[in-house]
Design a protein around this ligand. Sequence first.
Ligand code: NAD
Ligand code: IPM
Ligand code: MN
Length: 358
Amino acid sequence: MLKTYRIAVIPGDGIGPEVTREAVRVLETAAELDGRFAFEFTEYPWGCEYYLKSGEMMPEDGLDLLSGSDAILLGAVGYPGVPDHISLRGLLLKIRKGFDQYVNLRPVRLLKGAPCPIKDVSPEDVDMVFVRENSEGEYSGQGAWLYPGTPQEVVIQDGVFSRKGCERVIRYAYELARREKKTLTSISKANALNYSMVFWDQIFAEVGREYPDVETHSLLVDAASMFMVKDPKRFQVVVTSNLFGDILTDLGAAIAGGMGLAAGANLDPERRFPSMFEPIHGSAPDIAGRGLADPLAAIWSAGQLLDHLGYPEWYKRIVDTIERMLSEKRSLTRDLGGTASTEECGSAFAELLRAGME
Ligand code: NAD
Ligand code: IPM
Ligand code: MN
C-alpha cells in the first residue's frame, strides 16, 4: 500500500530556497523509484522577507500549522537587514524548542573524493557523528540587560542545564554508540564552567553506569578542537552541549569537505512532534541568488529525513550517490572545485540515483 507523507517545506532565506528545491527533487525521485511511499509537500514562505512585510518571522499559529506534518525540510534562516537574533529566535530556534527536537544529529564523515584540508588523512579517519543537545544549555535565551546605555550596564546570558535535558541527550548518544558498537566521547568544559559542565560530566558518568559495554572518553572542548584536526579518528559518537556542538560541527564540516556537504537532523526521538531536517550551513548571503550554492548538504539531510521515516536503505543510497558524485567529479559546484550550478548538481544527482536503481 502506498504511504503518503506530509512534508512541510520552509525554504527560508538566501541560498535556502536554492538548495531546498534540489532536496525536494531528490525526495520526489526517491518516492518515484521506490513505489512504496509518496510525498505531499506544503511550502511555507517564512523568513526575513516575510518578517519585513509582516513584522514576524512566521505567523503566530506557525507551530500549529507545522504540527500535522510527518517531517519538516528547512533551507536556511537569516539575512542582512534583519538582526540575526530576531530572525533565528523567531523561526529556526522556535521550531527546535517548540517541537522539543532535543537531539541535533550531525554526521561528520569524509566521503571518498571530498576535499580535506588535513594532510595524511583518509576517509576512514574522519567518520563521526555528533549528538548535539538542541533544546537548552547555552541557547536557553534567558538573561537580562540591565541599565542599558549607562556606565553600569550589565548583560547576563544564562545557560540552563536541566537533569532531564542532559540525561535524555546523553542517553540517546549511549544508545547510538551501543547499537553501532562505537566509542562515545563527551565534550565539555568543567574546568571553567563550574556549574553547568560539572553537572554535564556528572550525568555523563551516571548514565554511563548503565552502559558498561560502551567505551567512553571525556574531553575538554579546547583540546577536543585540537584533536579533531590533529587526530580525527579518535572520535566516533560524540555528545556535547548546544553551543559546543554548533561550533565543533562547523569545524567538522571544514575537515569533511566543507559547508556544502554538512547535514543535520533536529530530532524529537519520542516522535511527539515532527522532526526537522536542514543543512548545517546558513543562508550564505555572499553567494545567494546566483546558482552557486552546493545542494549536497541539503540532499544529505533529505537522506536523514528518509531514514527517520523508516527507510535507512534510502539514506545509504543517497550518501553513496553523493560519494559517487565526488569521486567521479560529476557536476560539482564551485566549492568542490567544479563549475556546475546548484540546479545542474541537483539534476545530475537525481539522474545518478535513478541510474543506480536500474
Ligand atoms: P554560512 O554558513 O551561511 O556561510 C559561511 C560560508 O560558507 C560562506 O562563505 C558561504 O558562501 C559558504 N557556504 C555556506 N553554505 C554553502 C553551500 N551550500 N555551498 C557553497 N558555499 C556555502 O554562515 P554565515 O555567513 O555565518 O551566516 C549567514 C547567515 O545565515 C546569518 O544570518 C546566520 O545567522 C545564518 N545561519 C543560519 C543557519 C540556519 O538556518 N541553520 C545556520 C548558520 C547560519
Ligand atoms: C546552526 C546555526 C544555528 C545554531 C544558528 C543560526 C542559530 O548556526 O544550525 O548550526 O547556532 O544552532
Ligand atoms: Mn552553526
